[in-house]
Ligand binder design. Structure first.
Ligand SMILES: CC(C)(COP(=O)(O)OP(=O)(O)OC[C@H]1O[C@@H](n2cnc3c(N)ncnc32)[C@H](O)[C@@H]1OP(=O)(O)O)[C@@H](O)C(=O)NCCC(=O)NCCS
Length: 156
């Protein structure tokens, strides 16, 4: 990751949906449908933001993050970086920018669920100060696996 890289962090638009759907399918065994992403566009209670790198022509979509907002709490629903770009620090950039928006929108806490064996994601969340607050037994399917519930208090 170049420190000087110009990033764009902007709400999902119709023109991003093909790429986001492709990344979602390559990342999750129970992927969100195209309609779920399309429905989230313009939804008052849902945010999906894309991280892009400025290109010569079109900007390159690196990944995306989504969260639902309920009574001042944000619940992260999607986090993914395109497989070919993982391990270069873009997950850090994605999370940093999302937390900044979540904070700016005056939310107090951020929650998420993660597969208990998903080391890269748990490593990322630890780094950003998320703490494990519970376990949902056998929450995930394909394969069956526990979910860790994690929480971060904004500003801590
Ligand atoms: C989780 C994910 C978004 C991380 O994105 P990334 O761009 O590869 O992450 P980065 O390179 O920015 O690394 C950020 C931190 O994540 C952790 N991490 C990333 N890859 C890791 C790995 N292979 N093993 C352990 N920790 C890892 C580290 O803490 C890392 O911090 P560091 O750079 O100081 O070491 C990415 O792996 C992904 O899209 N996974 C598939 C989808 C997914 O599982 N999403 C989470 C659903 S809850």
């Amino acid at each position: 990751m170049g420190e000087n890289t110009d990033y764009i962090f902007e709400p999902l638009s119709e023109t991003d949906v093909d790429e986001v759907e492709r990344i979602e399918k390559e990342s999750f065994s129970e992927a969100w449908s195209r309609d779920a992403f399309t429905d989230a566009i313009g939804n008052e209670f849902h945010r999906i933001f894309c991280l892009k790198r400025k290109g010569e022509g079109e900007n390159e979509l690196l990944g995306y993050i989504g969260w639902a907002v309920v009574y001042g709490e944000a619940e992260i629903t999607n986090v993914a970086i395109d497989k070919k770009f993982r391990g270069h620090g873009y997950g850090n950039v994605l999370m940093e920018k999302a937390i900044a928006v979540i904070e700016k929108e005056d939310n107090k806490n951020v929650f998420l669920e993660v597969r208990a064996g998903n080391k890269p994601a748990i490593g990322l969340y630890d780094k950003f100060g998320f703490k494990e607050i519970g376990v949902r037994k056998n929450f995930y399917r394909f394969p069956t696996e526990d979910a860790l519930v994690m929480m971060k208090t904004i500003g801590e």
